[in-house]
Design a protein around this ligand. Sequence first.
Ligand code: GLP
Length: 280
Amino acid sequence: MCAPHALRLGTVAVMDVVILPTPEHVAQLTARLVADRVKSKPNLVLGCATGRTMEGIYGELDKLADADQIDFSRVRTFNLDEYVGIGGSDERSYRHYMHRYFFSRVNIDPANTHVPNGLATDLDAECDAYEAAIVAAGGIDLQLLGLGSNGHIGFNEPLSGFQSRTRVQPLAPHTREQNAGMFGGDPAKVPTTALTMGVGTILDSREALLVVTGEHKADILARSLEGPVVGVITATALQFHRRCHVITDEAAAAKLSLKEFYRDEVSHLPVWRGYLQALD
Ligand code: GLP
């Protein structure tokens, strides 16, 4: 019997696709995996994502922390992205999102949390410093990722280079529409640019979790995982990631043509079986 996590550790893995009944199961399993990584490495470098999908995951991490099952005191975090022109105290910022859903709820040291500064006077220097800080921390151990409905990861919009690093990125009209909720529902009020880790930065993470829920993501998830690797869908770059797991609900998995194969494969892997059995 393989010990949990020993399986394929340190090797180039296939991309496991774990399909669960509901978004709540997705949040539970993802949080437990993060918790286990923190237990194995208390000073884990965790890459954080934002968006509606992540809210449930941070909620579950909060519950685990309350139950004393996870200690964040030495964990370091690096967020994927931030809007340009919006400060950390502004409730529309991703810094504020992280404070609200995660940092204020667990025993993380604020000094260990990093979100790009969208108000930096020299944005290019801010991006270079962000990359340097990731390197100084020893690189990202585990990167959480959501999926934009145009296939972006972080704010890497279509045709972001697959070797791109943290940089200033103009936002696609589609993204500004999708993210208008925090800006009074008006896409014109969504900043036109953001700072984002690059695709190359994300590919450098030692492990990644792509978390996708909802039927509105079914088409883009299928194109990201099973379609050809194309620059217009930056999530397809994850097919080159050394150890990327995809955690999805049934609704988002609906258009995966090899769904039953993924299910069967995962059911044979002790590392996933343990997590699946532990779900409520
Ligand atoms: C934003 C973030 C992405 C995130 C995406 C999906 O655009 N920059 O990192 O993946 O939203 O968000 P949601 O989970 O709300 O669909």
